[in-house]
Design a protein around this ligand. Structure first.
Ligand code: 5HY
Length: 243
């Protein structure tokens, strides 16, 4: 099975780290290809970053379709371009936020999210509402760390995340915590150790759900709104998308 794990920002070191975490939990016989768009934001920390990164996600899915990809994972906690990506393929496409929400509600009645910046917390709140998980989530918290601090060992991002998780454990009356950034993919074990609560990490959650869907031959429905986009001409810098 071939799973293309797409990091929607363009920071290669974060893509590699996400790829290692994904391959570590993948079943024998599952090959992970971790990619990121050539063009776009080095980190996604605003609605604007999200909007631009969604085009990069679509480009990566189009490339994946030339390689007989069995499933896709969008490894950014805003699930940027998820529905558009589903239109472009018959394969299942998992967003790490959606995947984490599903698993968190199977192991706890209430969870909290710990993301990077409070500024992007609203994006997670919008997803909770649109996916129907808002009533399962107590709080969307932020460690107030820029995304790229996760790439800088000196930035003590881990300590900030653990502190916020311990505050959630003490104050939110929850049974689990969802990590709110793809760049936290390699931190789940250390955080679980330090906090003593189930920690749901989206990249690994999405890889296992992608394997499950693909092995059950459950792909993206092409009946209705996720059918392939109607062929049309695109102009200017998007002319290459014409079909
Ligand atoms: C992510 N940004 O998962 C989001 C996290 C966030 O570049 N990868 C990013 O803070 O919204």
């Amino acid at each position: 099975m071939l799973i293309r794990v797409i990091n929607p920002n363009t920071t290669r070191s974060m893509t590699e780290k996400i790829g290692v975490s994904a391959q570590r939990v993948a079943a024998p016989g599952t090959r992970i290809v971790a990619t990121n768009p050539d063009s776009g934001p080095v980190s996604i920390e605003s609605h604007f970053d999200e909007a631009i990164s969604a085009v990069g996600v679509a480009d990566e899915v189009r490339k994946g379709e030339l390689e007989a990809t069995d499933a896709y994972v969008i490894a950014c906690f805003g699930d940027p371009g998820l529905l558009a990506a589903r239109e472009l393929t018959r394969a299942p496409v998992l967003g790490i936020a959606e995947a984490a929400f599903h698993l968190a509600t199977m192991i706890s009645t209430r969870f909290s999210i710990v993301t990077t910046l409070s500024r992007t917390g609203i994006i997670a709140e919008h997803l909770l509402q649109s996916y129907g998980f808002a009533h399962h989530c107590r709080r969307v918290r932020a460690a107030e760390i820029p995304v790229l601090d996760l790439e800088d060992d000196g930035a003590c991002a881990l300590n900030r995340i653990v502190e916020e998780c311990l505050r959630a454990k003490a104050e939110d009356n929850i049974g689990a915590i969802v990590l709110g950034c793809g760049g936290m993919a390699d931190l789940a074990d250390e955080i679980r150790e330090a906090v003593g609560l189930p920690i749901v990490e989206g990249v690994t959650a999405a890889v296992k759900l992608a394997e499950t869907l693909a092995s059950l031959k459950l792909g993206t429905s092409k009946h209705g709104d996720l059918a392939f986009p109607p062929p049309k001409r695109f102009t200017g810098r998007f002319e290459h998308l014409s079909s």
